[in-house]
Ligand binder design. Structure first.
Ligand SMILES: Cc1cc2nc3c(=O)[nH]c(=O)nc-3n(C[C@H](O)[C@H](O)[C@H](O)COP(=O)(O)OP(=O)(O)OC[C@H]3O[C@@H](n4cnc5c(N)ncnc54)[C@H](O)[C@@H]3O)c2cc1C
Length: 611
């Protein structure tokens, strides 16, 4: 399917990029670079659309947001074109007295300024024959016609307009899903009770949380990265100060403008673990979870679909085992013997057995307490659990300061960083059985994510300081039921462990990343594309069961959207967040090869159409 040749042979075709966050910027840059290498005789028009004012940036990296909102990757990993691009740009532009530490986690606002610089650089070097038109507007519909697609949009002043395009890229990033029944109930409850409020999404934190009055009791659903941003907005963002004390711990000095209490909760009741000081700067090579092995297993798997338990898990365990003993072995001779086994699992286990016999004091690998530090431990009171969390935060800060080398078991679990990256191409496009796919996404990734993909250390130090200042209350954090009480006009959190623990809140904030559910997306664009049957949800089907991940369906590698009938449309491609669930690990700023592939493929199509 496609419109090749629909544009006049003498007129420049129009390519539209819908969404100009980092991924839209990568695609614009790649398109311009590809055109410079292989120009079109007709020239090229590019229409770029972004809902917000800053092009190339997106609200996530809004240059105007407060500097306590940090990015979750280190300065040296941020790069638009060349390695260490961000660090070099920062040092050149700001000429700081002390150069930027490449290991630091920069404010997202600063990353936004770098992206803005990247956008301006692309725009200032457009090759002859390329015209780029900017629209600060929300694209709300794409209507196919004979000569191309009518892109309908609403501009910044609320005026509807439209534009014809021949090729379209959807790089719309993070979106929201329509509220479920439970969320609608919270909203209606808050409407009925003037003292209560429900905030369904924390971002942008400075705006969305500004209505929370000082002294309020705030329940927060989710104790991940969004939670940290939200808590900082309500404390540091309201004039509170974190001060480093003698002994190295942070303490929090109140401004008086913060809530009385913030009550976080989630399924596990646990905060994330900070990134260790020596978190590896590049992906470490894997010995067992390798592309060659996974390809071989896939070749033998029924229907070519890998099974998590049978194919992947044993390799992941070997990988963790290897890293555990590598770290635990004190002597270089033992380590060398272990390394020499290569990917011979049997030989490796023999070396480990010998080592354990010679060192009975070394414990066998048991990562259970790392991923589930609560285990079956009973807590009699909320205070007991609250104190447990304080001890846990302190312990994980200590380990993060010392680094992975100080804890073989944490070093073992940290391999999930690389394992997830290695699995990416094998999970994509339904590469796992549907059952395994669900298990990986809904169970294993969240389990390891909490301990491997955590925030910078400073943020967990701040969480601990707020715990000690009495602002954070974890007593009802473990998987509570939320009850909206008409009698009190408050939200109540009630836990079964500790039994009968209850906490009251005036405000309920959903402090989680929104999930991707293309069929329930709130944006008019995706709702209309669904209604027009131009897109559909990706479903992984195997052995008579289907796993619907919420992602948009698309063709392999080229990412052309697939319509309800199952046909790929070579005119419309999709990149980034809407594909998450089919692909994995798309919620990142780092650039992959897709932008270049897309640019080459559409210019090729346009060239063929013009001939
Ligand atoms: C709060 C938060 C913090 C994050 N921090 C990090 C981090 O530290 N490190 C990291 O690697 N990743 C982080 N991420 C993950 C994030 O996915 C990527 O960093 C990155 O923003 C992805 O870029 P994108 O262009 O795909 O999407 P986005 O950044 O979401 O950009 C999409 C753009 O498209 C626009 N848009 C959407 N729909 C339309 C439409 N219909 N018409 C016109 N414009 C539209 C949006 O307004 C936006 O500007 C974070 C995500 C969130 C939500």
């Amino acid at each position: 399917m496609g419109f090749e040749g629909a544009h006049s042979r003498s007129e420049a075709p129009i390519v539209a990029i819908v969404g100009m966050g980092p991924k839209g910027l990568y695609c614009l840059e790649a398109l311009v670079a590809e055109f410079s290498k292989n120009p079109l005789r007709t020239g090229l028009q590019v229409a770029i659309f972004n809902k917000s004012n800053y092009f190339g940036v997106s609200p996530i990296y809004d240059p105007d947001q407060p500097s306590y909102l940090l990015s979750n990757i280190r300065a040296k990993e941020i790069d638009l074109w060349d390695s260490a691009g961000f660090v070099r740009w920062y040092n050149t532009r700001y000429q700081p007295s002390k150069p930027l530490d490449p290991e630091s986690y920069p404010p997202r606002a600063m990353v936004g300024r770098y992206l803005l610089h990247g956008f301006q650089r692309v725009m200032s070097r457009l090759p002859h024959g390329v015209r780029v038109s900017k629209f600060t507007a929300e694209v709300t519909d794409i209507v196919p016609g004979k000569a191309g697609y009518r892109l309908k949009f609403i501009d910044a002043d609320g005026r509807p307009d439209e534009l014809l395009a021949h090729k379209i890229l959807l790089s719309t990033g993070h979106s929201f899903v329509r509220p479920a029944r439970r969320e609608r109930r919270y909203r209606h409850f808050a409407d009925r009770h003037p003292g209560a409020s429900f905030i369904p999404y924390a971002y942008p934190v400075t705006e969305n949380l500004s209505g929370i009055p000082a002294g309020a009791c705030v329940a927060m659903k989710g104790i991940g990265l969004t939670f940290i941003d939200a808590v900082l907005a309500l404390t540091e963002g309201r004039g509170g100060i974190f001060k480093r004390e003698v002994g190295g711990w942070l303490c929090y000095l109140m401004s008086g403008q913060e809530p009385k209490m913030i009550i976080p909760f989630c399924r596990t009741g646990l905060p994330m673990v900070p990134k260790p000081r020596d978190f590896p700067s590049a992906l470490r090579p894997l010995t067992f979870v390798t592309a060659a092995k996974l390809k071989e297993l896939r070749r033998r798997a029924p229907g070519g679909k890998l099974d998590l338990g049978k194919d992947i898990w044993p390799l992941a365990e070997l990988e963790m085992e290897l890293q555990y003993y590598r770290t635990a072995m004190g002597s270089p001779r033992d380590r060398r013997e272990l390394e020499e086994c290569g990917d011979d699992a049997r030989a490796m286990r023999q070396v480990i057995r010998n080592f354990l016999r010679a060192h009975p004091e070394v414990e066998h690998l048991n990562y259970g307490p790392i991923v589930d530090p609560v285990g079956g431990r009973p807590f009699m009171t909320g205070e007991e659990y609250h104190s447990f969390v304080e001890g846990y935060l302190q312990q994980e800060i200590d380990y993060a300061r010392e680094g992975l080398a100080s804890s073989p078991v944490r070093a073992a679990v940290s391999m999930w960083y690389e394992i997830r990256a290695a699995l990416k191409p094998f999970v994509a496009y339904g590469g796992l059985t549907s059952h395994s796919h669900r298990l990986l996404i809904e169970h294993y990734f969240p389990l390891f994510k909490r301990v491997v993909f955590g925030p910078p250390l400073i943020n967990i130090e701040k969480v601990l300081a707020l715990h000690r200042a009495g602002i954070l209350d974890f007593s009802a954090a473990r998987n509570p039921r939320i009850i909206a009480h008409d009698s009190t006009g408050c939200f109540e959190l009630r836990t079964s462990s500790p039994a009968g623990m209850s906490a009251q809140a005036d405000v309920l904030v959903d402090a989680r990343y929104p999930t991707v559910e293309i069929l329930r997306d709130v944006s008019p664009l995706y709702q209309r594309l669904c209604r027009r049957r131009m897109i559909r949800e990706f479903k992984n089907v195997s052995a008579g069961t289907a796993y619907a991940t919420g992602a948009i369906d698309m063709s392999r590698d080229t990412h052309y959207v697939i319509n309800r009938r199952g046909d790929a449309n070579a005119d419309i491609a999709v990149y980034g967040a809407p594909t998450e669930g089919n692909l994995i690990g798309t919620f990142v700023i780092s650039r992959d090869g897709y932008a270049t592939l897309w640019a080459a493929s559409i210019l090729k199509q346009l060239r063929m159409g013009a001939e």
